[in-house]
Each structure stands twice: as C-alpha cells, then as structure tokens.
Design a protein around this ligand. Structure first.
Ligand code: SAH
Ligand code: DHB
Ligand code: MG
Length: 221
C-alpha cells in the first residue's frame, strides 16, 4: 500500500529525471508565494503533462479558466507555435498582475492575454469574438465547473481537448451526501457527461505533490 510519503518521493524522482531545472517556472512559483497567492498551482509533473497534451493536440489556440500566478499558463503557452495564442481568465486582479510578470519573465507574455473578471462574465464576450480554441483547461472555482464546461463547448473547435483539474478531490466526487459546492459542481459535471453525446470523455485519478485528485479529459466530436 503506497502512502502520501511515497507519492511525494516518486514525484520528486520523476521531477529529477524528467523535468530539467527551469528558472522561469521556479521564479513564477517563488514570486506567487511571496505575493501571498495560495500554493494550488498544478504540480510540475502535471504542468508538463498539460504541456505535452497541448502539443499532442497540435493546439494553436488555448483557453485557460483560472490563471492564479500563471504557472500552468507558462506550461501551456510553451506548447504553442510561434503564431499561437492563449487566453486565460482570472477573477482576482492581484493574481492577474503577478501572472503577467511571471509570463513576461518566462518569455511567453506576447502570446498570452489575461482577461480579468468573473469567468461567467468574460466567457460570453469570448463567444462574441471569432477566436475558437483547440485546447481548454478548466481550473477556477469548482462550483461553476458545469457552466464552464458548457461555455467551453461553445468556444471549442471540432476535436478540441477540454481538461478539468481537480476532478476527483480526494474521492469527494463520489460523496453523494456532500453539500460542499465544489463537490456538487464536480458531481453535476459528471452527471451531465453521462448523457453527453458531444464529447468522448474519461477521467484519470492522480497522486503526488497535490495529494489524491485527478483530471477529466473530454475530446469534442
Ligand atoms: N491554473 C492555475 C491555478 C488556478 S487556481 C495553475 O495551475 O497554475 C484557481 C484560480 O481561479 C484562482 O486564481 C482564482 O482567483 C480563480 N478564480 C476563482 N473564481 C473565479 C471566477 N469566478 N472567474 C475566474 N477566475 C476565478
Ligand atoms: C485546490 C487545488 C486546486 O488545484 C485548485 O484548482 C483549487 C484548490 C486545493 O488543494 O485546495
Ligand atoms: Mg486546480
């Protein structure tokens, strides 16, 4: 039986072997912490997984919902070709300001637009614009995940990948009696997906530095 101690040791092993030292990513995390942002960015191995999935998809346009300090944003923006673009949505202007500095230092700032505001307000403005997205990462407030998923489908290209972070939450996703709005949001998303012919979807459980959680992956038909 593995334990969280094992998960952390294995994550360290994977980082040591597979993720070269990366000053821009390290600085993004250090400055985010110094600015008081919560330490809830994707882990390094998760960030690289997102990056590689965006490359596998050949994504030229990426949408992220939930920027924080831009750690996952840097990983995703690095997957883009030189003429690619990424739009990331963030409620908190302080988070957005830290993210802007981190993105610029990482050399991806010119490819990234940060839209500050509640995502439920900025998503409709995106639908009104022509740009559509090949890869969408949903990682903001969990209560609104079902709504973010619906907006994502409106904004997605055919064959787009939609990834949802924190899809398992220590197993809370199965807690039928839960009244936690985050858990309710995730459960509502899975309930909707059970009868959704617009995508092919799976979810995968993960362990490591962010504990026990998981990703949902939906590919638009
Ligand atoms: N994707 C980031 C982590 C995002 S944490 C990374 O892995 O590096 C979640 C972020 O969503 C926080 O910065 C929070 O301020 C933001 N958020 C919360 N509610 C939101 C809303 N209604 N609209 C947009 N962003 C929101
Ligand atoms: C937490 C982790 C996340 O990845 C997130 O998006 C929000 C919260 C957490 O551990 O609390
Ligand atoms: Mg998350």
């Amino acid at each position: 039986m593995s334990t969280p101690t094992t998960w952390n040791a294995v994550d360290d092993f994977l980082v040591a072997h597979l993720l070269p030292t990366d000053p821009a990513l390290d600085a993004a995390l250090a400055d985010s912490a110094a600015a008081g942002l919560p330490a809830i960015a994707v882990s390094p191995t998760q960030g690289k997984l997102l990056h590689l999935m965006a490359r596998l998809r050949g994504a030229r346009t990426i949408l992220e919902i939930g920027t924080l300090g831009g750690y996952s944003t840097i990983w995703l923006a690095r997957a883009l070709p030189a003429d690619g673009s990424l739009v990331t949505l963030e409620l908190d202007p302080h988070h957005a300001a830290i993210a802007r500095r981190n993105l610029d230092r990482a050399g991806v700032g010119a490819r990234v637009t940060i839209e500050v505001g509640a995502a439920l307000d900025t998503l409709p403005t995106l639908v009104a614009r022509p740009e559509r997205f090949d890869f969408i990462f949903i990682d903001a407030d969990k209560a609104n995940v079902p709504a973010y998923y619906e907006w994502s489908l409106k904004l997605a290209t055919a064959g787009a990948a939609i990834i949802v972070d924190n899809a398992i939450r220590r197993g809370d996703v199965t807690a039928t009696a839960s009244v936690d709005p985050h858990t309710l949001g995730l459960r509502a998303l899975f309930a909707a997906l059970a009868a959704d012919a617009r995508v092919d979807a799976t979810a995968i459980q993960t362990v490591g530095h962010k504990g026990y959680d998981g990703f949902l992956l939906a590919v638009v038909r």
